[in-house]
Every structure is written in structure tokens, then in C-alpha cells.
Design a binder for this molecule. Structure first.
Ligand SMILES: [Zn+2]
Length: 270
């Protein structure tokens, strides 16, 4: 375990430079990472899967999308970098995972709900994936994607703000949950993102939640859960990018900066 922490730390110190992030992200000190690691190691048992109906899964995810959608569209338009029209699909996978795929598609595993994530935590998962699209990480990262897998997923009928403003028909065309097969993906999509892109998606996700009025302290629970799960070597979201204490510490720095700036986008990276 010590080795993993060390790797996370050394990775952190090497951050910066040209890494595919659109914005400058706040630095994180080794003290902040150490504090996060102590928190990760204190308490927290493994999660039990809850039995939930398809309806419950759909409702929970749809509500979370609705809560952040307007803020996400606003942030995306301000950035003016990537795609701001998103489609959401639910995958039958039980793992705590989600992904950003070609064409503005966000795939959400039913495992997110089965693992008992709270509404704010679902919001940050979705905002994080949207952020990959908004920052155009998906297109950039795709070049690196070496493997694909086919997963069945069902489109989540959500009229997003972007769609509702112009293409109402499109929104309702996806309302009838359609079985779609996709080459993905969800986890694999993440394989191709750089560590800095993941951090940027975390930052932008937090920014979206802030503007949407979603409680960031509650959303933070996701990162703590993930970091603990990573410590236990369980499969989790961003399996290819384990959430270590560095990422938790970076989340805290991001939230502090976002609150201080009252939700402004950070300066662009050069
Ligand atoms: Zn990501």
C-alpha cells in the first residue's frame, strides 16, 4: 500500500506542463495529500450492493442529471471547447463506474445507484463525465484508446437544457429507452485520459455543482469512498486512474478555489 501512496505522491509532483488540460489547476501540497491519506485510512468499510429496480435507477440518475444540466450547459458554453450536447445511457454493469464516450454520450452504470451513492454523489459523477465532453477530452483521448468492449446500455430519457432549447424532438426521441449496443468504453474511455485531464474533469465537475447549488461537501463523499475502495484494491470508477489521496486533496483545493472565485472558470492553460 505504501508503494501506491508513494506513486501517487510522485505523480503529483510531476503534474503540470502539456497534459491535455484546458485550464490551470491549483497546486496541491504534500501536506494536503498526507492529510487526505490519513482521512482515507480512517474508517470506511466495504459497500454492500442494494437491490434496486430499473425504475429506481432511472429516476435517481434522471433527477441528478436534471439538477446539474442547466449549470453544466452554462459552463460548457463559457468554455467553448468541446461538445455541449449530451446523451445519457444506463449500463447494466454493477460496478461503481461511468464513462464519457464518442458523440457526447455519458454512460452511467446502474452500480452507481446500487452502491448507494447519494444524490450529490451521483451529480458529481455525471458532472465529471460531462466535463470530459465540455473540455473535449474525449476526442483527444480517443487516440490512445487501445481496447474496446461491447456493453449493453439503455438511453436515459432526459431533456437536457441544450436539447430542450432547440431540438425538443431529439430529446423525446430518446425518451423511450432504446437498447443500444456500443463499442466502449465506459472504463476504457477513462484509460485514455491523462491524469491532468481527470483532475480537470474533477475541477469542472465541482464547478458545475457549485453553480447548480449542489452541496459540494456531500459530493466529496464519492471521492472518499473511491479512495477507500482503491486502498482495498476494489474495482471502482476510474479504475485505470485509481483515486488516491492526491485526488481527494486536489478536490479540496478545487472546491476552495471555486468558492473563493464564486464559481468562475480558472484561467486557461498555455
Ligand atoms: Zn474521468
Amino acid at each position: 500500500m505504501g508503494r501506491r501512496a508513494l506513486l501517487a505522491l510522485s505523480g503529483l509532483l510531476l503534474l503540470g506542463g502539456c497534459s491535455g488540460a484546458v485550464h490551470q489547476l491549483p497546486p496541491v501540497s504534500t501536506d494536503q495529500v498526507a492529510a487526505a491519506l490519513a482521512e482515507v485510512r480512517s474508517g470506511g468499510g466495504g459497500a454492500m450492493l442494494r437491490a434496486v429496480s430499473d425504475d429506481e435507477v432511472r429516476t435517481a440518475l434522471r433527477e441528478a442529471v436534471r439538477r446539474i444540466d442547466a449549470a453544466a450547459s452554462q459552463v460548457c458554453r463559457e468554455m467553448n471547447v468541446g461538445t455541449c450536447q449530451w446523451k445519457f445511457a444506463i449500463s447494466r454493469e454493477h460496478s461503481l463506474n461511468a464513462g464519457a464516450l464518442d458523440g457526447g454520450l455519458v454512460v452511467l452504470n446502474r452500480g452507481l445507484v446500487e452502491n448507494g451513492l447519494g444524490e450529490e454523489e451521483l451529480c458529481i459523477v455525471i458532472a465529471h463525465e460531462i466535463a470530459h465532453h465540455a473540455a473535449n477530452h474525449v476526442v483527444q483521448g480517443r487516440r490512445n484508446a487501445a481496447i474496446g468492449a461491447t456493453v449493453g446500455a439503455v438511453l436515459l430519457g432526459v431533456a437536457t437544457a441544450a436539447i430542450a432549447s432547440g431540438q425538443r424532438d431529439g430529446a423525446y426521441a430518446v425518451h423511450n429507452a432504446v437498447q443500444i449496443g456500443m463499442r466502449t468504453g465506459a472504463m476504457i474511455g477513462h484509460l485514455s485520459f491523462s491524469k491532468e485531464q481527470e483532475r480537470e474533469a474533477d475541477y469542472l465537475g465541482a464547478l458545475i455543482l457549485y453553480r447548480a447549488g449542489v452541496d459540494l461537501d456531500k459530493a466529496r463523499g464519492l471521492y472518499l469512498t473511491m479512495a477507500r475502495s482503491t486502498e482495498r484494491n476494489e474495482t471502482n470508477i476510474l479504475d485505470s486512474h485509481p483515486i488516491g489521496p492526491d485526488r481527494l486533496a486536489a478536490w479540496d483545493r478545487a472546491v476552495a478555489e471555486i468558492r473563493a472565485s464564486n464559481g468562475r472558470l480558472p484561467p486557461r492553460a498555455r
